[in-house]
Design a binder for this molecule. Structure first.
Ligand code: CDP
Length: 214
């Protein structure tokens, strides 16, 4: 079973992905971390975020086990990640790692922007998680504050709108729902309700898959 979860920044897809993976016992790859870690490596090596060659070698050299997740989730790294993620060669360098993860014999759950459209177009279940920009900014501001970052709501809302625009308008694997994805709008849902709605979608896909195998 391969589950693909996509959606814009702070839509709730990460939380849904983690909880679903735990419930279903599936290995989970948060693919945003790959772009965040690529950007981090460029900054650490004093290279510009638009330096294609350096970005491609950084992407090729990633070691999942070394990720410092808390540091990668800062506001600065969100912005930097979306800049390197628009470089087609960086995306190409990360495709195989993601597909290898998806091919694990026990199945896999991946979340990101292009899992259902580009990385795993044949996934058994595709979810596109979204919410209004204002709701997403409120959630992200709370999350960043809980990590100790001093942020104001207006600036976070602006970040989110800028990143939505960059992620949706880039030529390489832009953010969009796959034609066969189920769209889940979490604007009015709390974490538990969003998770229950996502689980119901996955269970329906599992039943469809079982019927198809008969
Ligand atoms: O948690 P949030 O949704 O804010 O960010 P993320 O999922 O960690 O992704 C950070 C950035 O990486 C996004 O703004 C995208 O530009 C990029 N990304 C991507 O292009 N493709 C993916 N599969 C995952 C992330």
């Amino acid at each position: 079973m391969i589950i693909a979860i996509d959606g814009p920044a702070a839509s709730g897809k990460g939380t849904i992905a983690r909880k679903l993976a735990e419930r279903l016992g599936l290995p989970h790859l948060d693919t945003g971390l790959l772009y965040r870690a690529t950007a981090r490596a460029l900054i650490d090596h004093g290279r510009g975020l638009g330096d294609r060659d350096a970005a491609v070698s950084a992407a090729r050299g990633l070691a999942l086990a070394d990720f410092d997740e808390a540091a990668l989730r800062s506001r600065e790294m969100s912005e930097a990640a979306s800049i390197v993620a628009a470089i087609p060669e960086v995306r190409a360098a990360l495709v195989e790692l993601q597909r290898r993860f998806a091919r694990r014999p026990e199945g896999a759950l991946l979340d990101g922007r292009d899992i259902g459209t580009a990385i795993c177009p044949d996934a058994d279940c595709k979810l596109f998680v979204t919410a209004s920009a204002e709701t997403r900014a409120t959630r992200r501001a709370l999350e960043l504050r809980s990590r100790g970052e001093k942020v104001d709501y207006g600036a976070v809302l602006e970040d989110i709108r800028r990143r939505d625009e960059r992620d949706s308008s880039r030529a390489a694997a832009p953010l969009r729902a796959a034609g066969d994805a189920m769209v889940l709008d979490t604007t009015k849902l709390d974490v538990e309700a969003a998770f229950e709605a996502a689980l119901a979608i996955v269970e329906a896909a599992t039943r469809r898959r079982a019927r198809a195998a008969l």
